[in-house]
Design a protein around this ligand. Structure first.
Ligand code: PRT
Ligand code: ZN
Length: 296
C-alpha cells in the first residue's frame, strides 16, 4: 500500500492527552512501533500511523490534509476554528470521555462579580483570545483581551491584567493564585476530529472502522455486565432495583419454568450495596463482569 494511503492520526506528543489517547487506541486493537525521531508511530496491523505533535498544531495539520484525524481538546479545536477560515474543513466526531476541563473566567478573590457586565472595561488575560472575544461579544461586553502564551494565572498579580480566562480542572491553580472562578466560557473534553473531506481512497473505510471501534470502547467504558437468576415473579422488582435503568435481557432456563436468567449492561461499577439491594429484590447467583468492548 502506498504510504499515503495509510490513515494518519495526529496525537499530542507529550502532555495531558497523550496517555489517555494511546490507551484508547490500544483498546481499539491498534499496535504501534515508534520511529527513532519520536515523530511517528507506525501501525503494525491496521493501515494507521500516528503523528506525534504539540496539541495546538493538531487542527492545522488536519485542515492542511497532513493528517485525516486527530485527538485534541475541544478548547483547542474551537479556538482554532474561530480564528481561521479553515474551520469548516474540520469536523468534531465525538467526545472521548477524557481531558475534561472548562474554560472559565476568574477574578481576584476580592473583586466583585455580578455577571459578564462586571468585566466591562477590564483587561482579561487568556491563551484563548478567539473564544473569549466570542463570549464577550455574545454578552455585549467591551473589554480588552490580553493574549498570553502561558502562565495566564499570574497576570493579575503582575498587574498586566485585571481578570483571566483560562482552563480549570480541579480549581487548585486558581486558588493558589488568589483567584475565584465566576463564569464559564466553554466545557471541554478530548474530541476526535476529522477532515470534513476525506480522500477518495481506502482511508475513508479505515476511518469508519476506527470510529466503530472507538464507539465500541467509549460506549461501554466503566460499564459492567450483570448476570443473575431470579424467580419469574420477582423479575419486575429485580429490574426496578437495577441502577441506571438498563434494558435487561431475560432468558428462560431449561427445565426450570419458574426461573429466569437476566443479563444487563449497567453503566457503572455496581458496588456491594447495589448488589445486596438487587439480591433483596429476589435475585440470586449474581455475577458482575467487566466489559471491554462492544460491537452493535
Ligand atoms: O506541549 P503541548 O502544547 O502539546 O501541551 P500543552 O501544555 O498546551 O497542553 P496540556 O498537556 O497541558 O493540555 C492538553 C489539553 O488537556 C488541554 O488543551 C485541555 O483540553 C486538557 N486539559 C484538561 C487541561 C487541563 N485539564 C488543565 N487542568 N489543560 C490544561 N490544564 C491546566 C490549566 O491551563 C491550568 O494551568 O492546568 C491548570 C489548571 O488545573 P487545576 O486542576 O489546578 O484547575
Ligand atoms: Zn499546547
Amino acid at each position: 500500500m502506498n504510504p499515503r494511503e495509510r490513515l494518519r492520526i495526529a496525537v499530542q506528543k507529550s502532555g495531558r492527552l497523550s496517555e489517555p489517547a494511546f490507551d484508547l487506541l490500544d483498546r481499539c486493537g491498534l499496535r504501534f512501533r515508534r520511529s527513532r525521531d519520536g515523530l511517528f508511530c507506525f501501525g503494525e496491523g491496521e493501515p494507521i500511523d500516528l503523528l506525534l505533535v504539540r496539541d495546538d498544531d493538531i487542527p492545522g495539520l488536519i485542515a492542511q490534509g497532513v493528517c485525516e484525524l486527530g485527538i485534541v481538546g475541544r478548547n483547542v479545536l474551537d479556538e482554532f476554528s474561530r480564528g481561521t477560515d479553515a474551520g469548516p474543513e474540520l469536523q468534531a466526531m465525538r467526545g472521548l470521555g477524557f481531558g475534561h476541563c472548562r474554560l472559565a473566567i476568574a477574578v481576584p478573590q476580592e473583586r466583585a462579580y455580578d455577571g459578564p457586565a462586571s468585566l466591562a472595561g477590564l483587561r482579561l488575560a487568556t491563551s484563548y483570545p478567539n473564544l473569549l472575544r466570542d463570549w464577550l461579544r455574545r454578552h455585549a461586553v467591551q473589554a480588552d483581551v490580553v493574549t498570553l502564551a502561558g502562565s495566564v494565572e499570574i497576570a493579575p498579580r503582575l498587574g498586566t491584567a485585571d481578570a483571566i480566562c483560562d482552563l480549570v480542572q480541579s480549581g487548585a491553580t486558581l486558588l493558589a493564585n488568589q483567584l475565584r472562578e465566576v463564569d464559564r466560557v466553554l466545557d471541554s473534553e478530548a474530541v476526535l476530529v476529522r477532515a470534513a473531506q476525506l480522500p477518495a481512497d481506502g482511508r475513508a473505510d479505515v476511518v469508519e472502522l476506527l470510529l466503530r471501534r472507538i464507539e465500541g470502547v467509549t460506549r461501554v467504558r466503566g460499564s459492567r455486565l450483570l448476570l443473575l437468576q431470579a424467580a419469574r415473579d420477582c423479575v419486575e422488582a429485580v429490574i426496578a432495583a437495577l441502577p441506571g435503568s438498563p434494558r435487561p435481557t431475560v432468558l428462560q432456563m431449561d427445565g426450570q419454568p419458574g426461573q429466569v436468567m437476566l443479563q444487563a449492561l449497567c453503566p457503572d461499577e455496581l458496588g456491594w450495596r447495589q448488589l445486596e439491594e438487587i439480591q433483596r429484590a429476589g435475585a440470586r447467583e449474581l455475577f458482575v463482569l467487566p466489559v471491554e468492548r462492544a460491537l452493535a
